[in-house]
Design a protein around this ligand. Structure first.
Ligand code: A3P
Length: 323
């Protein structure tokens, strides 16, 4: 089992940090801890703490911010393909064909759980990074620099279902633990005790920031990308200051990126069918389940769906955010 998933092998620094924190049974680790209001697995907390200490944002950084299971893998693929499109001008050259998107855009909490001074790869002179941390816990230099943040959120009911499947697979493959019964997962989720939850605080934090500072934070929705992928890709390109040129439009470059990053295309690549993640050895195929909108209907009772809708209605009231 991975070192950070075994409590007795935690580094002293982590043991000291978590000793007084509230904890409960985890989704993707035996326990998760409540750190400054968010529920976080210990290996990510360790990475987040070290990231706080050592990471220095640069103005040119692009940081993708998501809750787990909101479409992080897809966003990583789209942003990678978009920002490196001149480097890999022919689709057959794309590193996405041989590397899982998580291997191209690292999750900072994961990387810092392994090293203090990681050498992040440069793509076209830019560091492409990702985090699951809420806006309130972002490192000071991230907030104060001119680096760009792209947030992706997803309907809360589909996110719960996706998280439940992922957690169960991860528990079986990596932890050797049994599945979480769905009603239990539902209860944890609606209490806010999901991975990096409560989900409403996470979404609202970035939503408010995107309204106050639209040139710093772009707020995207999974469902909107599903509906009009090219339109959303162009939004990302405009936000990052790299819109498609006329020549690129004539060559159908945006459409090519959308196709390359589609669920069908990525999930059928050998690397995503048989490869494994670099930090936690879970199969890359775990990141590609159905990729649909509305799968919650196959899992939630009407009562469960209503309860989650009520939470969103209450928490988002007056904010303008709808899921
Ligand atoms: P489902 O479990 O509903 O299928 P994350 O990348 O944040 O871990 O989120 C995973 C979810 O995004 C999974 O949802 C997965 O199938 C979906 N997904 C992964 N790649 C995708 C893609 N290229 N297009 C659409 N959805 C994708």
């Amino acid at each position: 089992m991975h070192q950070f998933l075994q409590e007795n092998s935690y580094p002293k620094e982590l043991r000291e940090s978590i000793i007084s924190l509230p904890r409960e049974e985890g989704w993707i680790a035996p326990y998760m801890y409540n750190y400054k209001g968010i529920w976080i697995p210990p290996h990510h907390l360790y990475g987040a703490l070290r990231c706080q200490q050592h990471f220095q944002a640069q103005d040119s950084d692009i940081i993708l911010c998501t809750l787990p299971k909101c479409g992080t893998t897809w966003l990583k693929a789209l942003v990678f393909a978009l920002t490196t499109r001149k480097q890999y001008s022919h689709e057959t050259q794309s590193p996405l064909l041989t590397t899982n998107p998580h291997g191209l855009i690292p999750l900072m909490e994961n990387i810092y759980s392994r090293e203090n001074s990681p050498n992040f790869p440069l793509n076209n002179g830019v560091r492409l990074l990702s985090t699951h941390l809420p806006h309130a816990l972002l490192q000071k230099s991230v907030v104060e620099s001119k680096c760009k943040l792209i947030y992706l959120c997803r309907n809360q009911k589909d996110t719960l279902v996706s998280l439940w499947h992922y957690a169960n697979k991860s528990r079986g493959e990596v932890l050797g633990l049994g599945a979480i019964p769905f009603p239990e997962a539902f209860n944890k989720y609606r209490r806010g005790a999901s991975v990096y939850g409560p989900f409403w605080d996470h979404m609202l934090g970035y939503w408010k920031e995107s309204l106050e500072n639209p040139s710093k934070v772009l707020f995207l929705k999974y469902e909107e990308i599903k509906e009009e992928p090219e339109v959303q890709l162009r939004r990302i390109a405009a936000f990052l200051g790299c819109p498609f040129s006329e020549e690129e439009d004539e060559g159908g470059v945006a459409g090519g990126i959308v196709r390359l990053c589609s669920f069908e295309s990525l999930s059928n690549l050998e690397v995503n069918k048989t490869g494994k993640g670099p930090v936690i050895p879970i199969g890359n195929n775990t990141y590609f389940r159905k990729g649909e909108v509305g799968d919650w209907r196959n899992h939630l009772t009407d009562e469960m769906a209503t309860r989650l809708d009520q939470i969103v209605e209450e928490k988002f009231k007056g904010t303008g955010l709808k899921l």
